[in-house]
Design a protein around this ligand. Structure first.
Ligand code: GUN
Length: 287
């Protein structure tokens, strides 16, 4: 059994991006900028945004975080996004989700300039992803693909079972696997018999936020298991959706939690921001 070490790979990627930013600085160029909008008091969201801010500092990006109160109006939030759309020092925009329930998430995500949509949540990018076209790809599923690539795992021809069908993880994950010529089975909360689906899969990718969901008897011998779940226990420990101790005995490859997909997500955010920067600066150069 091999551990898919997302921490090590993410550090390698972050180091590579730092080197590129140093080179830009040495050339007297502006550095890439990431704008983050955080609404409300959700503790997990605050933690994620702090991690994103810290990584921006580490790679040398400009980072602008706007923290808005829980009772922010739709109009105020739209204005915040518009200001970032128009800000030439910001290449990537991220609105941390979930938003408080009184806000219209779809309208907010659709207000982001698709060229700055480093989360890949705008329907323009999502549609292009599904069609197999060049686009911004959501960071978590993109991180999974990069991690698999690092270990020489090609999804082509594999039977893959994606557990969870969210717009952030499950759906783009399924699209990426399909684009890599895997056979994809997507399970969700209404799936009648989850085990029937996971047990026959060469690769199980799970991201639903339910600790211990995937047990030893649900995966076949030699399967590849990717755990995207993040669950905080009452003692503060973070665990995934997979019963790691028992499932890992049957796997060929498995991601740990923490240290698997999580750090890859932030590394991919940096990568997408650098890509947005190059796209935007290149298009300016040619005007
Ligand atoms: N909330 C949970 N994951 C994400 C993510 O990748 N991006 C944003 N914007 N919000 C999230």
């Amino acid at each position: 059994m091999t551990i898919l070490d997302g921490k090590a790979l993410s550090e390698k990627i972050v180091d590579e991006i730092s080197t590129q930013v140093k080179r830009l600085k040495a050339q007297g160029r502006r550095v890439p900028g990431l704008g983050v909008v955080l609404v409300g008091d959700d503790p997990a969201s605050h933690t994620y945004v702090k991690m994103k801010e810290k990584t921006c500092q580490r790679v040398g990006f400009l980072s602008k975080v706007v923290r808005l109160q829980e009772n922010t109006t739709q109009k105020e939030l739209l204005n915040t996004v518009r200001a970032m759309n128009e800000d030439d020092t910001i290449d990537g925009i991220l609105v941390q989700l979930p938003l408080p329930p009184h806000l219209d998430t779809t309208e907010i995500l659709e207000s982001i300039n698709p060229s700055k949509d480093v989360d890949g949540f705008h329907p323009y990018n999502f549609g292009r992803l599904v069609q197999g076209l060049e686009s911004f790809v959501p960071c978590t599923p993109l991180g999974v693909i990069e991690l698999l690539k690092e270990y020489g795992i090609d999804p082509k021809g594999l039977d893959c079972c994606v557990v969870g069908a969210s717009n952030i993880v499950g759906k783009p994950m399924a699209a990426l696997l399909l684009n890599s010529f895997a056979t994809v089975d997507v399970c969700h909360i209404y799936t009648k018999d989850l085990k029937r689906h996971t047990l026959c899969a060469d690769m199980v990718i799970v991201g639903v936020g339910k600790k211990g969901l995937i047990k030893e008897d649900m995966v076949k011998e030699g399967a590849i298991v990717v755990d995207i779940g993040i669950n905080k226990l009452s003692n503060g420990k973070i665990v995934g959706d997979v019963d790691f101790d028992n499932v890992s005995k049957k796997c060929s490859y498995i991601t740990p939690v923490p240290g698997g997909v999580g750090p890859m997500t932030i590394a991919m955010l940096m990568k997408n921001t650098l890509k947005a920067y190059y796209n935007l600066t290149r298009s300016k150069d040619t005007v």
